[in-house]
Design a protein around this ligand. Structure first.
Ligand code: NAL
Length: 326
């Protein structure tokens, strides 16, 4: 795959395409990053952006993972001490998942966000941004209440981080797009450069195919799931045989194949007894999706296969978590 295609694989949106093409022309030494509010257990939402970081490493870029402890604090996730603890666990799971340890820089937000220069720049941004704009940037991240002052400081700090971490590309889920748009607008006001952003899709809720899969509501798959729990969740997932003609409902089983399985495996084997036609081998997502729609691939076989590949992906992280907790 050429570098541009690798960078763009499974990206829902890039801003702007032209800037990303420029990066793809000369990726070596360029820095891409994702920020995560530390959380003790990684779930598929984290792994979707991690897959993109793995793509970017393969493309020759340097990867920065921001362990956003101050952001988590501003978002009410606990005391600094609790957040730090979960950040260490998060880091261990990312490495177990496949981020290359010696080519990934893990940075704590608190290691630079409390410095004087940073604070003064933050105040300048506060002065330049309306409350309304900052609240709108935060709404999709916080998912409801943005009533605290901390919730409007949060997106401004996220904008500044892009400058302070000296990044060439900001990566995030589609729910981060308003923050990245704010950054593109505001950073030049402070005399800083505009950086391109790449957004990954938001996977639909597993059981309904609607809205987004989230750890706070509904079902998500995490590093903590046993093989049996994983099978149970995947087996009860919504998996309509044909694509929704109205286009409102997604097929989460197909989405997981597309965003989580195909990027990490050369080929996917669906094991079937000979009397049901024998094994099927897929090298690309489209062929599998077409077979599911035509009936050639039964949803039950698709789900069983999905569960076993996901299990393989999370097994090292699950093992790591056990080690940490024992
Ligand atoms: C992402 C988050 C927090 C701080 C960041 C700083 C710079 C770049 C990305 C960042 C977490 C993200 C979330 N807002 O919703 O998980």
């Amino acid at each position: 795959m050429d570098t541009y295609d690798l960078i763009m694989r499974n990206a829902e949106e890039v801003v702007t395409d032209e800037e990303v093409r420029e990066l793809a022309d000369d990726p070596s030494g360029k820095r891409a990053y994702v920020g995560y509010e530390p959380s003790g257990v990684l779930h598929l939402g984290h792994l979707l952006t991690a897959n993109k970081l793995i793509d970017l490493q393969e493309a020759g870029m340097e990867v920065v993972v921001l362990l956003a402890d101050v952001h988590a604090y501003l978002n009410g996730k606990g005391t600094f001490e609790e957040i730090r603890d979960t950040a260490e666990q998060m880091k261990a799971q990312f490495i177990a998942y496949g981020l290359e340890e010696d080519r990934t820089e893990f940075v704590y937000g608190s290691s630079f966000q409390l410095d004087e220069d940073y604070t003064l720049d933050l105040h300048e941004l506060e002065l330049a941004t309306t409350l309304n704009r900052a609240q709108r940037a935060m709404a999709e991240i916080q998912g409801g209440e943005t009533a605290k002052v901390s919730h409007v400081v949060y997106p401004l700090m996220q904008c500044l981080d892009i400058e302070y971490l000296d990044l060439d590309l900001a990566v995030g889920g589609l729910d981060q797009r308003k923050v990245h748009m704010l950054a593109r607008e505001e950073l030049p006001e402070l005399g800083y450069d505009v950086r391109p952003a790449l957004h990954t899709p938001i996977v639909a809720d597993l059981t309904s195919g609607e809205g987004k899969m989230s750890s706070s509501e509904g079902v998500t798959i995490s590093m903590e799931d046993s093989t049996e729990q994983l099978e149970e969740k995947v087996n009860s997932a919504f998996c309509p045989p044909t694509r929704d003609p109205e286009g409102d409902l997604e097929n989460p089983v197909l989405e997981l194949f597309e965003y989580h399985v195909f990027p990490r495996f050369e080929e996917i084997v669906v094991e079937r007894p000979d009397k049901y036609g024998g094994d099927l081998t897929y090298e690309d997502y489209e062929t599998l999706a077409t077979d599911l729609e035509s009936g050639e691939l039964h949803p039950a076989d698709a789900k069983g296969t999905l569960a076993s590949y996901l299990d393989e992906l999370i097994a090292p992280g699950r093992e790591k978590l056990r080690e940490i907790r024992d």
